[in-house]
Ligand binder design. Structure first.
Ligand code: NAD
Ligand code: TDX
Length: 336
């Protein structure tokens, strides 16, 4: 089996490649990644010399590269995206280019090369925002209601993927997953930003009142869900993936991190809110549980602690990415 993984140098993509090569060592993986600020080949050091792994440095918006990457490919697993909501608010264009146009090019090439499966990695954010007072959760029948340029571009990509199935019969599956955390997450996302700031003795910026709710899932549980959908999922279907049963606010998350790291709440700094900030995400993951037997195997508190340990043990990894361009981004986003 030969897999083309797009965006395999990013957070979830690199965890997926490491997971897959351990579990299915006979498979070949081609990793197509343009190495934006979020792509880091350091994540894949332990498998870079494996003869079943190869890397193509290229953009999914470059049709020639995409065509070249598809040769002999059985399955496409599509992670490549611009993924940070705050960046999408400042500059939406790269989001539309990569997430919509890039996905479109991949779909065309997949059709032309008769790939046997195209799995698209998407997000729960396409469903919009729930109320805090509400007990409801997103499910596969929830209407799309994206509210940021990031989620709108992901919604556009989801619609294209489904359209290629309905119109041309491309064998697709989609997973819409909640917020992931774990090793190799770029430290501009909330959890790794918090951990690395505290390690640097800096305050943690919390947007607005901090009562926003996210559904958190350890990254390997997401990889396992994708594995099950690829191997057992029904063609044409969408599966929602989430990790929580009870709501947890950003303030509660940061308080847990501070407790794990032995610091007091003086590290919390409330800052200006994100524009259009989605209040609450909650995911009903009963379809993938009932149909494919998936459930999260990593407990949030335990794996949050292990994630803190990972960032402590891998200081060089995150210090190397928190350099020049990161500092500029940080200053612009949060002020000095
Ligand atoms: P990431 O930002 O860490 O990594 C994205 C990767 O894609 C990087 O390696 C980057 O270099 C690459 N890339 C970006 N533009 C590209 C292009 N034009 N051509 C080729 N490669 C390109 O993102 P992530 O957090 O690992 O997310 C991966 C996927 O999962 C995305 O599609 C995202 O929407 C989705 N997702 C993420 C989360 C989350 O919590 N992080 C949750 C649900 C879904
Ligand atoms: O400095 C911060 N302060 C803060 O309060 C940052 C960066 C975030 N936050 C808040 C905003 C959100 O309510 O924390 C929450 C999580 O923020 P992010 O880590 O930026 O994630 P989110 O916006 O929820 O989107 C993430 O989950 C779904 C990923 O980035 C997406 O790629 C994924 O699709």
């Amino acid at each position: 089996m030969k897999l083309l993984v797009t965006g395999g140098a990013g957070f979830i993509g690199s965890n997926f490649i490491l997971y897959w090569m351990k579990k299915y060592p006979q498979d070949q993986i081609v990793n197509l990644d343009s190495l934006t600020y979020a792509g880091n080949l350091e994540n894949l050091k332990e498998i870079e010399k494996n003869p079943n792994y190869s890397f193509i440095h290229g953009d999914i918006c470059d049709l020639d590269v995409v065509e070249r990457s598809m040769v002999g490919v059985d399955w496409v697993v599509h992670f490549a995206a611009e993924s940070h909501v705050d960046r999408s608010i400042k500059e939406p264009s790269p989001f539309v280019m990569t997430n919509v146009i890039g996905t479109h090019f991949l779909l065309d090439a997949s059709l032309k090369n008769r790939v046997k499966k195209f799995h698209h990695i998407s997000t729960d954010e396409v469903y919009g925002s729930l109320n805090l007072s509400d007990q409801s959760k997103f499910n596969e029948r929830t209407n799309y209601n994206p509210r940021s340029p990031y989620s709108a571009s992901k919604a556009g990509s989801d619609h294209l993927v489904r359209a290629y199935n309905k119109t041309y019969g491309l064998p697709i599956t989609i997973t819409n997953c909640s917020n992931n955390f774990g090793p190799y997450q770029f430290p501009e996302k909330f959890i790794p930003l918090a951990i690395t700031n505290i390690l640097e003795n800096k305050k943690v910026p919390v947007y607005g009142d901090g009562l926003y709710v996210r559904d958190w899932l350890y990254v390997l549980d997401h990889c396992h869900a994708i594995d099950l959908v690829l191997n057992k999922g029904k063609v044409g279907e969408t599966y929602l993936v989430g990790g929580m049963t009870n709501d947890i606010s950003n303030l509660e998350v940061i308080k847990k991190i501070l407790k794990i790291m032995g610091k007091d709440e003086g590290f919390i700094e409330h800052v200006k809110d994100r524009l259009g900030h989605d209040r609450r995400y909650a995911v009903d993951w009963s379809k993938i549980k009932n149909e494919l037997g998936w459930r999260p195997l990593h407990n949030f508190d335990e794996w949050l602690e292990k994630t803190v340990e990972w960032y402590k043990a891998n200081e060089k990894w995150w210090k190397d990415v928190k350099t020049g361009a990161y500092q500029e981004y940080y200053k612009e986003q949060y002020g000095s």
